[in-house]
Design a binder for this molecule. Structure first.
Ligand code: UD1
Ligand code: UDP
Length: 374
């Protein structure tokens, strides 16, 4: 066995969920894997619950940066990650997605002799106002290995002048995560009875994006559209509320309609089961758009753009923004969709492909070991 060393940096709920298959694969191959948690998310229900449920090892390093302005938060993470990379000297650092934790990892690795692998490379909303768009673009341009989920994301990277040899279309690790946990959720989660819900008779809502919840007007419109949807479908709406959105509801004094039930952020198995059994999903989340598509549940996206256009192209998703009428019209349209679309995000072996690429063919692999050596 080689003594190859990989570092993995993560910091938020979606990164923990989508990196879980990568961490598992790293361990399965017997590689040394240093897990770095930035601490961007720290509330138990956005963080520890996923480590416990997905049976992930505790982080080897925890920076505990917490919440702050983007600059302060990202700077603290860069300094912390740099120190660890200098100490542990890994061959590569892997990051996933588009959060400030990802950008911090990208900057730290790119200044050192550490190769950077970006999992979920090449997503573009073409909305430069989104903090995530800046993070994605900068990370992609710092990366040595760009693990794009689809041919479309590869095209965006090529259009920006990134060398084709660096781009690998491997699907999205969200599919690995869904495959690894869907039947477990069906079997183990009692969330439907705990929340007194009947399968197929409720709408699931998530909304936490800055552009939606940090504006009282947009957040109010969004909830108004959700209320109209509930009325038209004669269904209750379940809204596991992200702390950012919860804080903003209090700050703005926005009224939550009676048909919308706020619940705590859910653990992964409960949330998967809630998605799998919903008649419709309304969301502004990136990961939820993908999961709804994989689970064959119709999705309405409460945004003006999406960096997941593949979900719309296959018929699984519709963009409606936050205008109340557009939301309820979109909900009615999507309700009639059959759910028989194809999944554009791969077969659930993305983590395996990522390590095959890093450690695969001697000429191209990061460490020059043959596939299956380690
Ligand atoms: C971050 C990501 C976003 C991602 C989301 C996943 C950035 C710029 N944004 O947004 O892309 O979709 O995570 O959920 O990286 N808070 C808590 N507990 C926590 C974490 C945050 O209560 O564990 C509250 C704090 O009041 C904090 C606010 O939520 O100020 C926002 O947290 P932050 O990490 O800055 O951004 P998110 O909105 O979570
Ligand atoms: N999720 C969860 N519990 C919840 C809401 C979401 O486990 O109450 C999961 C969801 O299944 C998906 C991920 O969190 O895998 C999406 O994270 P989020 O919406 O916070 O961030 P985004 O994907 O928009 O960056």
């Amino acid at each position: 066995m080689t003594v190859d060393r990989v570092a993995i940096a993560l910091g938020t709920r979606p990164e923990i969920i989508k990196m879980a298959p990568v961490i598992r694969e790293c361990k399965r191959r017997g590689l040394n894997c240093d897990l770095i948690h930035t601490g961007q998310h720290y509330s138990d229900n956005l963080d520890q619950v996923f480590f416990d449920q997905l049976e992930l090892p505790e982080p080897d390093y925890h920076l505990g940066v917490g919440s702050d302005s983007h600059g302060q938060q990202t700077a603290a993470m860069i300094a912390g990650i740099e120190k660890i990379l200098l100490e542990t000297e890994p061959d590569a650092l892997l990051v996933q997605g588009d959060t400030n934790s990802v950008l911090a990892g990208a900057i730290a690795a790119s200044k050192l002799d550490v190769e950077l692998g970006h999992v979920e490379a090449g997503l573009r909303s073409f909305d430069s106002e989104m903090p995530e768009e800046t993070n994605r673009i900068l990370t992609d341009h710092a990366a040595d290995y760009l693990f794009a989920p689809t041919a479309e994301s590869k095209e965006y990277l090529l259009d920006e002048g990134i060398d084709s040899d660096q781009i690998h279309v491997v699907g999205n690790t969200v599919v690995d995560a869904v495959h690894q946990n869907r039947s477990l959720a069906a079997e183990k989660s009692d969330v439907l009875s705990a929340l007194d819900l009947t399968a197929g008779q409720y709408v699931l809502l998530t909304a936490h994006r800055v552009e939606n919840v940090d504006s009282p007007e947009r957040f109010g419109n969004l909830l108004c559209g959700v209320r109209n949807t509930a009325r038209l479908l004669d269904a209750e709406v379940i809204y596991p509320i992200h702390p950012r959105a919860e804080n903003k509801l209090e700050e703005f004094d926005v009224t939550v309609p009676d048909s919308v039930r706020l619940v705590e952020p859910q653990d992964y198995l409960d949330f998967l089961k809630l998605q799998d059994n919903a008649e419709l999903i309304l969301t502004d989340s990136g990961g939820v758009q993908e999961e709804a598509c994989v689970l064959q549940v119709p999705c309405v996206t409460l945004r003006d753009n999406t960096e997941r256009p593949e979900t719309i192209e296959v018929g699984a998703n519709m963009l409606v923004g936050t205008d109340p009428e557009s939301i309820s019209d979109g909900a009615i349209t999507m309700k009639t969709r059959s759910g028989a679309w194809s999944n554009p995000f791969g077969d659930g072996d993305s983590a395996e492909q990522i390590f095959d690429i890093l450690y695969g063919a001697p000429q191209t692999g990061l460490l020059g070991t043959a596939k299956g050596d380690s």
